[in-house]
Design a protein around this ligand. Sequence first.
Ligand code: DGJ
Length: 704
Amino acid sequence: MVVLSQSQASIVLQTKNTHLVLTVGNNHRLYQSYLGARLTSPGDLEKLSGGREVYLTGGMENQFEPAIRMVHADGNPSLELEYASHTTEQKENVSYINIILKDPVYPVKVQLQYRGYFNEDVITCNATIQHHEKKPVRLTQYASSLLHFNAGTYWLTQFHGDWAREANMVDEQLTNGIKNIESKLGTRTNFYQTPAFFLSLDKPATETSGELIAGTLGWTGNFQFTFEIDQRNQLRLRSGINPFASDYTLNPGELFTTPEFIFTYSNQGKGQASRNLHRWARNYAVLDGKSPRLTLLNNWEATYFNFNETKLIELFDGAKQLGVDLFLLDDGWFGNTFPRDSDKAGLGDWQENKSKLPNGIGRLVAEATKRGIKFGIWLEPEMVNPKSDLYQQHPDWILRLPNRAVHLARNQLVLDLTNPKVQDFVFSIVDGLLTKNLGVAFIKWDCNRSMTNAYSAYLKEKQSHLFIEYTRCLYKVLDRIRARYPHLPIMLCSGGGGRTDYGALKYFTEFWPSDNTDGLERIFIQWGYSYFFPANTMAAHITSMGKGQSLKFRTDVAMAGKLGYDIRVNEFTPQELQFSQEAVTTYKRINDVIWQGDLYRIISPYEENRAVTMYVNDKKSKAILFNYILNVRRKDIFTRVQLQGLDAQKKYRFKEINLFPGTKANNPDNDKVFTGDYLMTVGLNLTPGKVLSLTSNVYEITEE
Ligand code: DGJ
């Protein structure tokens, strides 16, 4: 443990290209003296001092948004935090700094925890709050972090949406005052706002230029990012759990640990920031981020609730024909008193529906195994339909106001996960399913509504803990599941992209970005998520959605993520089947580059009526390029495309793959060899000849 004297005041967190420098002032308070590009000249770090207070408190002289606000047991609403000590530790690629701050008057301690991921240039920070007053204190603000910036102008990029139109990107210049990006939705918390942003300094950052930070919060619940520009044009960025309706009563000795704010600094634009986050995610944040994923055929869009055992087994044949790894049975397989034949009934009764599945899941697993494919299943274990046995047996297990009518969404209600009995129930559903049916190899975990009229019978007078406790308890259940099934692939779904955060991805191998699987729409949705999440986490299925779009176009779009199908394979023409079989084989050959490679977003669909992206492997020996033409207009002129991320010195063969049977590459540069320098400097014409709307190409670029 280090205790700094006032004259040698410097706590330095360093990654490959970033420095965060904190210093202690003469008043014992902790200041952010520097955050930005790594300083390389000797002596420069020591010159840093002053700055803005790191974890600003409320109730004293600070007049802006505080990181923490506490009302003490005696009613005093002030807090002062002075530096007490800190520890630093380096374990291989990760450095850990823990700083203890204490109030000189009240027995309150805050520990700030920083982690620096050197190679990935990612920093995470959070806080642990504790006190030893005689009675509980009330926390009304409890940020994960507060960062300070001092630039001429500030530019925010945020991502918002709704069902089937997730992750729309919007850029704006921030003006004086406060801008919040936040959620108050509880479950399905990212329904309207994705918990991630870019903050560009001085000018809007592009893919390849500009200074910015990319930030996101590892919390599957209400979140809040506050951007506040003060009268001196300085910006504070506060991130954490949204304190809305969530005053927290903290008992003496109890620890309140905030989720991690995750950020990366880049002075080379958004592309570099994304690549940093992707690498960090795969190495540290996503469950089994470096391991392969399963390709699959899902039945949701092919059947909705209308299926039986025979129909499903026929679909297995489709999965086998395609050559995918797994068949995923979606919603509708359960409920007997209240059969799940629509979204109106059955949720909560997780027993196989006897008329649809007379021989249970066991038979399905056996039939899938016979065909050499794995079997996965859909669950929505946090929810209940009023028309269910569960609802009737355990009315007290449900979040609902005691004296008001229930408010249904998708005809369902949220279970009260803060109640340990409900946690046991949810765990037992998953555990029971997996122990009874040993072959179940995949789960899709859905969550189709947010919280309204929320009230927990279990929490009694602590209703303001509900939003926070719910998320903590969700993690508790997931911890139990992961302790027993550490590597079972589970897709996180929330009526599309209603849950997309790194707090959850610790437990999940992938997420479902949207119920909108129209290829054109997916280009934008996947584009939005690609800023923060690597391709191996983004499930992308080929379905029959997408007016006027060929199967080839829809397949090329899905290939840029974690490819799957949700379609009636038996309705394919022989050519479509052949194409899809070849596509799955091709995807299995190249998916390592897509899942583990560096992503370069080269031409944005927000700027042109086309989109071009590239994935490049670590050795820069292989790249996959996707070229999508949107709805072209006569005015559109598509210029040459300079590739990125290759080795200028290497020679590469440029070859179109994933062609539809009977078609040939029409690019005169196809199958030719170029230097990396040529490809990146002169570039290629990716739109030779007549440009047709909703067409696409996939190119494999291989070192000779
Ligand atoms: C919403 C999901 O996003 C869909 O993929 C599907 O699983 C349905 N729920 C099933 O109810």
